[in-house]
Design a binder for this molecule. Structure first.
Ligand SMILES: [Zn+2]
Length: 136
């Protein structure tokens, strides 16, 4: 009986020790977010968001038109994700000749990869506006 109790005691002690050792190893490689420096917080959030966007693209929920994809559609409800944060349908807007989100618009209107889209009305409006600003 004493041997059985002692055996159980040893078993639980060892289990407890390995769990807490596991915890410390885990905590070392995954420090608490609140303990990170502001720079580490920023890079953690942006890396996690980039991964989330990549997975959303695979699901077909992120149809962006620039590379790397826009982030503003991910961050909140907009008309370009039909008020569904985490999704992006800028590609649909461009296909209909409508204006994509400001990040995509900037990318599309300045990139040589989008020669066709560069002549879209929303890019031309942008040019007119900027030349107006330059004249003033
Ligand atoms: Zn976009």
């Amino acid at each position: 009986m004493v041997k059985k109790v002692l055996g159980l005691f040893v078993f639980f002690t060892l289990t407890g020790l390995s769990f807490s050792a596991g915890y410390f190893v885990y905590a070392h490689f995954n420090p608490k977010f609140a303990d990170l420096t502001p720079e580490e917080m920023y890079s953690t959030i942006t890396q996690d968001r980039a991964l989330a966007i990549k997975l959303a693209e695979k699901r077909g929920d992120y149809k962006c038109c620039i590379e790397p994809p826009c982030t503003m559609c991910y961050d909140g409800p907009t008309k370009w994700n039909y008020n569904q944060p985490g999704k992006c349908f800028c590609d649909d807007f461009i296909a209909r000749g409508e204006e994509p989100c400001p990040q995509c618009k900037k990318g599309v209107c300045s990139s040589t990869n989008h020669e066709d889209s560069k002549n879209s009305p929303y890019c031309l409006i942008n040019q007119t506006n900027s030349s107006k600003i330059n004249n003033n």
